[in-house]
Design a protein around this ligand. Structure first.
Ligand code: MRU
Length: 351
């Protein structure tokens, strides 16, 4: 499986997603601030993957701590959590993973564990977050395969694949799940301006799996649908509000509106860790704005005149009414989402 992120005793190792597909380079982060920087600068990106990276970064940072007393160790722990939380604002998996690490720390402290024992516990919790993410993706793949017709032509946006998770992927996991069930699937990958996650990452990882992939520029999906060449749209998510409104990579909303016009089912694939029941609707989801350079340059070449104003939101919100279903690791959740999403969490609590 594609090695998105791995933990070594003294480092968190990530494939550098800024360099793909031209170069396959691995970055070794040896401190928590280096992991935080890797998340901020998109060495690693994709909602579940940044959650895993933050958890591993916290565990690594605390493993390196020289503190011997629990009070100093606790203060360092909370500072490291804050550092991770400040990296990117939209993907709720980041905050979910940090909360899990905090709960783990709290349980260890209440049990009166030593600093050494707490370090071990944080390591195990971060590895559990990693392993559970892979398992969730595989479960989404199995459930989602049901909605993929045989001989399907699937459009996806951004990269919601192995690179965006601990492995296998959410939206691309659904495609992989369908292929594993013996269905023939061909994929249209939106190039996904400005960071080009579709052209660079989705195409790269699907081709490695031998899945036929056609890259289109973002402004071509309408014409493609109009020509009857798309059967299904599957995308990932960065944060899903309690009513099903879904924040995902900028341009997802455009695809959803087009899919509705052309009566093409539009599915979101995301683990429960992407669902934020504290956000009642999409208006409560913070949208990251990124630097102008992503828009004005391609690589090191300037493509826009200096002096032009730039608007570069990284995400948009697709209203729940455009979504045919949300594929989770516990099954496919359908409208009305306020009830069905709540129920999915309650079922998980019982399981
Ligand atoms: O800015 P990015 O590349 O982190 O945005 C990623 C996306 O929007 C993905 O579609 C989303 O995180 C789902 S990843 C399984």
């Amino acid at each position: 499986m594609l090695p998105t992120i791995a933990r070594e005793a003294d480092a968190v190792v990530m494939i550098d997603q800024r360099k793909l597909p031209a170069e396959e380079i691995y970055v070794r982060c040896k401190t928590a601030p280096e992991v935080a920087r890797a998340i901020r600068t998109m060495v690693i990106r994709g909602a579940p993957a940044i959650g895993v990276a933050a958890a591993m970064g916290i565990a690594l940072g605390m493993r390196r701590s020289a503190a011997t007393g629990t009070q100093k160790f606790a203060a360092e722990f909370h500072k490291t959590c804050e550092l991770m939380a400040a990296t990117r604002p939209t993907a709720v998996n980041l905050f979910w993973a940090i909360d899990r690490m905090k709960r783990s720390f709290g349980a260890a402290a209440r049990a009166g564990e030593s600093v050494g024992q707490i370090k071990d516990r944080l390591d195990s919790e971060s590895m559990a977050i990693h392993d559970e993410d892979v398992a969730s993706c595989r479960a989404m793949g199995a459930f989602g395969a049901e909605v993929v017709p045989s001989n399907a032509r699937v459009l996806t946006h951004c990269n919601a694949g192995a690179l965006a998770t601990a492995g296998y992927g959410t939206a691309l996991g659904v495609i992989r799940g369908a292929v594993e069930k013996g269905k023939r699937v061909v994929v249209f990958a939106d190039e996904t301006r400005p960071f080009l996650q579709g052209a660079r990452l989705t195409a790269w990882e699907l081709l490695r799996d031998g899945i036929e992939t056609t890259i289109i520029a973002d402004n071509m999906s309408g014409a493609l649908m109009q020509q009857g060449r798309v059967d299904l749209v599957v995308v990932g998510a960065d944060r899903i509000a309690a009513n099903g409104d879904t924040a995902n990579k900028i341009g997802t909303y455009t695809v959803a509106v087009l899919a509705r016009e052309h009566k093409i089912p539009f599915y979101v694939a995301a683990p429960l860790s992407t669902i934020d029941l504290n956000a009642p609707d999409g208006e409560h989801i913070p949208i990251e704005e990124r630097q102008a350079r992503e828009m004005t340059h391609v690589g090191s070449s300037r493509i826009a005149p200096a002096g032009a104003l730039i608007w570069n939101p990284a995400f948009d919100v697709t209203p729940h009414r455009f979504i045919a279903g949300i594929i989770t690791e516990r099954g496919i959740v359908r409208a009305p989402y306020t009830e069905s999403l709540k129920q999915a969490f309650e079922e998980r609590a019982l399981a």
